[in-house]
Design a protein around this ligand. Structure first.
Ligand code: HEM
Length: 254
């Protein structure tokens, strides 16, 4: 990026931060309206609470602030990478997010899309996207290299459901009968379920509470305090039974 572009980007971060809610609302509405498929991976619960919208756009703004030394954000980017890999986010989806984000910045700042400012933001976004795509590629490769490892979604059957104090313990067995990687507490898997009465699926992360060393994984599912019809935990608790199938991604550290 040229020094002028860096200056342009940095000088608009405060305005975008002040209008953070408008930016993220506009961004998500635009993106999910134009790409309804993404409703299968973004958590619709988080959308309504506004939590995730703030996280994604907030990370882009934080990156823009540190654009001259992005290495200071290495830990944050590693954490985002784990979350993305746990949701099977792919490199080609970055252009969808980028286009919608740039249109939203243009809207919130009230500047034409074809302007120097948006061109500068585009470079900043592409730089960040390239870093994340690279981090995520390495993570997918590492997962595949594990004993029993895999990348993306894999079908698991619910082989047992047991009542426990906080909710229910689900035992999940890979449908292909092959090995799965051992894991430890604090590592999490994403579990994707079909939402009743809606044509969409929803994923959620569940952290292990115990070491996982066998041919299945065990997760404790607790009911949400204020569930919506998209709450994965409540869907599992209320609608899923032994023998049903869910989609699962490989364990990653939280
Ligand atoms: C430069 C681009 C991106 C940045 C900076 C970014 C940043 C983030 C951040 C900060 C989070 C929250 C992490 C957490 O909860 O711990 C997140 C979650 C997520 N991101 Fe990204 N992201 C980017 C691109 C993408 C792309 C291309 C996709 C795929 C379309 C995507 C899909 C998601 C999803 C589905 C979640 C989880 C949201 C939820 O729980 O509903 N992100 N991202």
């Amino acid at each position: 990026m040229t020094p002028e572009h860096i200056e342009l980007v940095k000088s608009t971060v405060p305005v975008l931060r002040e209008n953070g809610v408008a930016l993220t609302k506009y961004f998500y509405n635009r993106m999910l309206t134009n790409n309804p498929d993404l409703k299968n991976i973004f958590n619709m619960d988080h959308q309504s609470s506004g939590r995730q919208p703030r996280a994604l756009a907030g990370a882009v703004l934080a990156y823009a602030e540190h654009i001259e030394d992005p290495s200071s954000l290495a830990r944050v980017l590693d954490h985002i990478g784990n979350k993305h890999v746990s949701l099977d986010i792919q490199a080609d989806q970055y252009s969808i997010v980028g286009e919608n984000l740039l249109h939203s910045i243009s809207e919130v700042l009230n500047v034409p899309f074809e302007s120097d400012l948006i061109a500068a933001w585009k470079e900043a976004y592409l730089q960040l996207a390239a870093i994340l795509i690279d981090i995520e590629k390495k993570k997918y490769d590492n997962l595949v290299a594990l004993d029993g490892g895999w990348a993306g979604w894999r079908a698991f059957e619910i082989s047992a459901i047991e009542e426990v104090e906080e909710g229910k313990k689900f035992t999940l067995k890979p449908q292909d009968g092959n090995a799965i990687p051992a894991s430890e507490p604090k590592y999490y898997i994403s579990v994707k379920v079909q939402v009743p009465n809606h044509e969409i699926q929803q994923p959620q992360q569940f952290a292990f509470t115990e070491a996982q060393q066998g041919s299945d994984y065990q997760i404790v599912v607790k009911p949400e305090k204020e569930p919506t019809e998209f709450s994965v935990a409540n869907i599992l608790l209320d609608h899923y039974k032994v023998g049903d199938t869910v989609q699962v991604t490989a364990p990653l550290i939280g």
